[in-house]
Ligand binder design. Sequence first.
Ligand SMILES: Nc1nc2c(c(=O)[nH]1)N[C@H]1C(S)=C(S)[C@@H](COP(=O)(O)OP(=O)(O)OC[C@H]3O[C@@H](n4cnc5c(=O)[nH]c(N)nc54)[C@H](O)[C@@H]3O)O[C@H]1N2
Ligand SMILES: Nc1nc2c(c(=O)[nH]1)N[C@H]1C(S)=C(S)[C@@H](COP(=O)(O)OP(=O)(O)OC[C@H]3O[C@@H](n4cnc5c(=O)[nH]c(N)nc54)[C@H](O)[C@@H]3O)O[C@H]1N2
Ligand SMILES: [Mo]
Length: 769
Amino acid sequence: MRNRRPTAPDPVQDSPAVGPPENAAAGLTAVLNSMRLVGEHAGVRRGLPAMLAVNQKEGFDCPGCAWPEGDRRHRAEFCENGAKAVAEEATSRALTSDFFAAHPVSELAERSGYWLGQQGRLTEPLYLAEGASHYTPIGWDEALDMVASELRAMDSPDEAVFYTSGRTSNEAAFCYQLFARQLGTNNMPDCSNMCHESSGSALSETIGVGKGSVSLEDLYKADLIIVAGQNPGTNHPRMLSALERAKRAGARIVTVNPLPEAGMREFRNPQEVGGLLLGRGTRLTDLFAQIRLGGDLALFSAVNRLLLEADRRGEEVLDREFISACTHGFDAFAEALLSEPEEEFWARVERDTGLERSLVEEIAALAAASERTVVCWAMGLTQHRHSVPIIREVVNFLLLRGNIGRPGAGVCPVRGHSNVQGDRTMGIVERPAESFLDALEAEFGFAPPRRHGHDTVNAIHAMARGEVRVFFAMGGNFVHASPDTGFTEEAMRRVGLTVHVSTKLNRSHVVTGTRALILPALARSDRDLHEGRARWVTVEDSMSRVHASHGVLPPLSEGMRSEVDIVRDLAGRMFGDSPVEWSGMADHDRIRDHVAAVVPGFEDFNARARRRDGFTLPHSPRDERRFPTATGKANFTVNGSYAPEVPEGRLLLQTLRSHDQYNTTVYGLDDRYRGIRNGRRVVLVNPEDARELGLADGSLTDIVGEWPDGRERRAARFRVVHYPTARGCAASYYPETNVLVPLDSTAEVSNTPTSKSVVVRFEPASGPV
Ligand SMILES: Nc1nc2c(c(=O)[nH]1)N[C@H]1C(S)=C(S)[C@@H](COP(=O)(O)OP(=O)(O)OC[C@H]3O[C@@H](n4cnc5c(=O)[nH]c(N)nc54)[C@H](O)[C@@H]3O)O[C@H]1N2
Ligand SMILES: Nc1nc2c(c(=O)[nH]1)N[C@H]1C(S)=C(S)[C@@H](COP(=O)(O)OP(=O)(O)OC[C@H]3O[C@@H](n4cnc5c(=O)[nH]c(N)nc54)[C@H](O)[C@@H]3O)O[C@H]1N2
Ligand SMILES: [Mo]
């Protein structure tokens, strides 16, 4: 065994090779890559049926991203990265007890996440006893009895924490939150806390609904689409076809990003012969604003100020009718934004954004000329200290011209996990609305807890204080996805019993509490038979459409259970059938009837979920320009100015995804569009900055986090890549760099870790990783 470092194992022998970044996304290479991966992992017998069923009406929802399916579905409605997600899940490799007998946990803890994931699907429940060196098989009854007795032995239900990742179906999520609340806790952190929480916080306050307000049709009708802080070519590849269609219908696209991402430059549509074989592409971006990390508040406020100034000059750029009928706080907003002297204002904007004033003016001119504007965003806007103000300022921008609640216009936070939005709708949230709890109480006849629970960051603090006796995870990879790897892993080791409902092996299975259980779950693509009948589930996409998902593949083993059955069985053991009739929930229609009674918008759920295209949830700002906020109107907000401070000799680091990963699941070691192959320990630095800091291209460096708590955070031995990112900024992959993200550096209001703005310095590479 090599390099015994407890917190940052990386036995993958990275040797990154770097070439020029690509200029276009998708095309033939993407299709060939998908076919190769599916063949390698799943083989023809599983791979082909899986690929034919993904995103089809009688098939399953792609376990990749949350981008919606269009109405005109292609026979092969998938993308390269969707194919990777399916291949990873539909793999024919199975992990059996021999594997765990051969590999002690101490050895698995030295392996990379990539290696762990490549070993295959988990097929039977496993137990790691106190002090034991190996996981050993355990029966389902024994495993669930163990969880139940540990939960019963707690002094308070708040000694348990129930984490959720975002692939869990609506049906499973509803049961899971019901179970936690029947137990008596709202300790339900989820991956959203690290993801789009800032969007939810900002949108709830300003428009009254924490979800996006556009449909695909709106994108097709837009005059102007701004894509800020998002890399759809890798993370939402099917969004590129939607942008292409919008573009063909006349839309202009503005891209705001510190990196020139290939997907936003040109798209070669793999569903069209020209794009596939002739390499003919559509240029997507009309105007590229290469912004500094965290500069979006300054950018949007500058555009807003330009619009306000144009209005003062008598140009008709504001939607006065909408502003007076539907909004609140306009005067205070306008006054605050116009109060700063011109020169100071622009000096600050240019400093914070790194953009020239003339470029900002061009964006404002496009906005003023557009009758229908959509703003799309993802993690580039949500993972900063001032993310909530940034997104509130985006809302101000849209409100000025009445761009919410009419065709072709609106807010479009593009979600991550394929059902992360649905999980929230089902009540996976640590701060539930009173109305939701009232509805639960009325439906089930017990009093749900009203105290708010822990989100992800607070759950880690509670673990570190030794307050968590049981940590239960419905999917995900908590220790590797969370910030501050060193601290978080120590915290996890203080938990009594850790329980993971999972499909694949990951780091959270090897950094555990005193005792640990792994419970193998059926995945989206797996057929779920109950008493001879196939059960199906539902999911909600990023545009609030709910539809059915039918698993099609025979499970690799009979030892796996559906997430619904795992919760149902555990709940039955703890509470029997009263007052919640858990045994009845084996029938998913029964669960959906409960959802219909509890969650607004799900009336007649069973019938509507059976429609071919499912149904769209109501969204009052989108549907009727009704804004259920504290003021009853859409709120303009005053957001001031803020940009991360970066001392001399330091850079601001963002931690992001390569083209070959799904969050902590690493599919391969390439990041094709960025020209990086065979390695992940790379740090992208602007060549000018690199020169000033003495970082030669190809040299090895340690990245050291700076945060005023005296603890050292070091990511060792990264290869420097000179790359055309914005000045003062650097980029490196998550989760390898999560060790650098301080747990206490979080966004105001949403408490989301600031994974896109970490102040770092560089030191000569230390010993082995
Ligand atoms: N294949 C694949 N698909 C995925 C995922 C995956 O890992 N792999 N993950 C899923 C999940 S959970 C999510 S949340 C989404 C994530 O989707 P993205 O948000 O696209 O993911 P990131 O790789 O974090 O990319 C962030 C982008 O924002 C830019 N950016 C960073 N900081 C700033 C900033 O301050 N301002 C601006 N304007 N831009 C900035 C970065 O340069 C980068 O292009 O994707 C989902 N889909
Ligand atoms: N530094 C940094 N940190 C980040 C981010 C970042 O950009 N930078 N992004 C954040 C974001 S946006 C997110 S969403 C989180 C992601 O956090 P998580 O959702 O916790 O992490 P994933 O890597 O998506 O989880 C992968 C694991 O989920 C399990 N799994 C997969 N499918 C299923 C299923 O169908 N059922 C069950 N039960 N288990 C399944 C597998 O065991 C797999 O190993 O990470 C966050 N962390
Ligand atoms: Mo996410």
